[in-house]
Design a protein around this ligand. Structure first.
Ligand code: BG6
Length: 485
């Protein structure tokens, strides 16, 4: 990670500071950055919210949440960290800035040592998507947008129309260069490895196409329930929460053409171009599901049509990927939790294991199905693995499949960081490589097609299962690499 030594003094405003996202992800990431000495030499964090909290109340709240979700506070520089935390009560809107403007001015006086204009501002909108527009307007109206970067959580819009409205609202206040849209799957360590494995190794780079890959699978089943955030979830659903956000961005990372360089703009451009080549999903390509019992959860609407599971088969209209299915699947309350991205390699086209069959095409009857797979495990610290068909030692030419793995935390000299830690570090330093751009997000809504337009029926599934059986059809004839077939 880059040494933040030259970063100017920074005031970090966290909207939604007493909310769930702040507690689980943003505040723990901030504390970890402090532990790793990756924060600017001089900084303060101001939490903003409607609640009436003193600075000390907020410090106590942060400590409690860190002890629950983050690096334990007795394990690091808590006293120094706590002294830099402040809270601005009474909300923040165009009509009423609450305490925020005054609190920012006070922090800048202290940090700027008499010259507040040297202080950079970062506004992190850890608030529901409906509050993105109004909060951005308020930042503009109260002069807080000057000298600042602004960070939005996903989903950035819920349809093409709402995306465009939000994009316009943001650009009325901000130049695009200062906008950071988070999709934390792009910040995962193993997602970075997609690029390295492919572009730094001739063996894999030359295999990254339809001649070698039979199917791409981005499989993110979760055992997680949604009861503790049912209101958000019921208004969002698996398609918006995961498919057209995290899973599409990972698909773009796999599908991209080689970027001209590793420069931020080149990578973001390659990712955006890949999304533009996604073929819109048809009804036949989408299976939506809802686990039994979902409608009984408090805060879920009785007439809810929200899906808790989605599987999709997408095609990418480039020469490289024509006719290769990109299979994506995710859901809550499923049998197991994984975040696995698999490139299922084709069987050999001929040769001793694949002699010509009766129809003249190679028949590879002895080769185990889904035996040769390149896999990226995005969960935790991340892991790369490869499965190969090898001869079972001691057998008479019998093939078996064997996996070999590189857990990223085992890489000597490496220090894997959770995605929010990495992304917040990049925001503080002004590196936009791992953030989404409007060109590339706009096309997402078109590609989402039948996943969003409600034309795909909602099937039920048992909690603890692999989702509706209908999703198996999408992966035929290869089959999903995870779960029961
Ligand atoms: C979030 C979704 O963005 O990503 C959650 O809102 C999901 O529903 C989560 O569980 C998965 O990511 P991670 O990093 O927690 O494994």
């Amino acid at each position: 990670m880059t040494d933040p030594g030259d970063t100017p003094p920074t005031v970090f405003v966290l909207f939604g500071a007493s909310g769930d996202l702040a507690a689980r992800l943003v505040l723990p990431a901030f504390f970890r950055l402090a532990q790793e000495k990756l924060l600017p030499p001089s900084w303060q964090l101001i939490g903003s919210g409607r609640r009436k909290l003193s600075d000390d109340d907020f410090r106590a709240h942060v400590r409690e949440k860190l002890d629950e979700f983050g690096p334990a506070t007795d394990d690091g520089p808590w006293d120094d960290f706590a002294a830099r935390l402040h809270f601005a009560s009474d909300g923040f809107s165009v009509d009423d800035p609450g305490q925020l403007v005054d609190k920012v001015a006070q922090a800048e006086q202290e940090l700027g040592e008499g010259d507040p204009s040297t202080v950079q501002r970062v506004h992190y909108l850890g608030v529901p998507p409906t509050a993105f527009g109004p909060t951005t307007d308020a930042l503009g109206a109260h002069g807080l947008a000057d000298r600042s970067r602004v960070v939005y959580e996903k989903p950035f819009g819920t349809s093409l129309e709402s995306f465009r409205e939000l994009d316009e609202a943001v650009h009325r206040v901000y130049d695009e260069a200062y906008v950071y849209r988070i999709d934390h799957f792009l910040g995962k360590e193993a997602t970075q490895q997609l690029r390295a494995l492919r572009f730094a190794n001739g063996l894999f780079g030359t295999s990254w196409d339809r001649h070698h890959v039979a199917a791409v699978q981005i499989d993110v089943p979760e055992t997680l329930d949604v009861a503790d955030r049912a209101e958000f979830y019921d208004a969002t659903g698996a398609v918006l929460d995961m498919l057209v956000t995290h899973l599409f961005q990972v698909a773009a990372e796999i599908a991209m053409e080689p970027p001209t360089s590793l420069a931020s703009d080149d990578i973001a451009q390659a990712r955006a171009d890949a999304v533009k080549a996604f073929r819109p999903l048809t009804t036949d390509d989408v299976v939506r599901g809802r686990f039994d019992g979902y409608l009984d959860i408090d805060d879920v609407a009785d007439d809810s049509d929200t899906e808790t599971f989605v599987a999709a088969r997408m095609f990418v209209d480039t020469d490289r990927w024509r006719d290769v299915p990109f299979l994506m699947r995710t859901g809550k309350m499923m049998a197991e939790s994984h975040q696995k991205v698999s490139l299922v390699m084709r069987d050999p086209q001929g040769g001793p294991y694949c002699p010509a069959g009766e129809d003249g095409n190679p028949a590879c009857a002895d080769i185990p199905p889904r035996g040769n797979v390149i896999r990226f495990d995005l969960s935790g610290d991340g892991e790369l693995s490869l499965s190969m068909n090898i001869e079972l030692p001691g057998s008479q030419s019998e093939l078996t499949t064997q996996w070999t793995s590189i857990p990223l935390h085992d890489v000597r000299g490496g220090d894997p960081l959770p995605p929010y830690v990495r992304l917040i570090h990049d925001i503080l330093l002004g590196d936009r490589t791992l953030f989404t751009r409007p060109d590339g997000l706009e096309e997402v809504w078109e590609a989402a097609g039948a996943a969003l337009d409600g034309s795909a029926p909602l099937h039920s599934y048992e909690p603890g299962s692999w989702g509706p059986r209908e999703a198996l059809r999408l992966a035929e004839p290869i089959g999903w690499t995870l779960g029961d077939q």
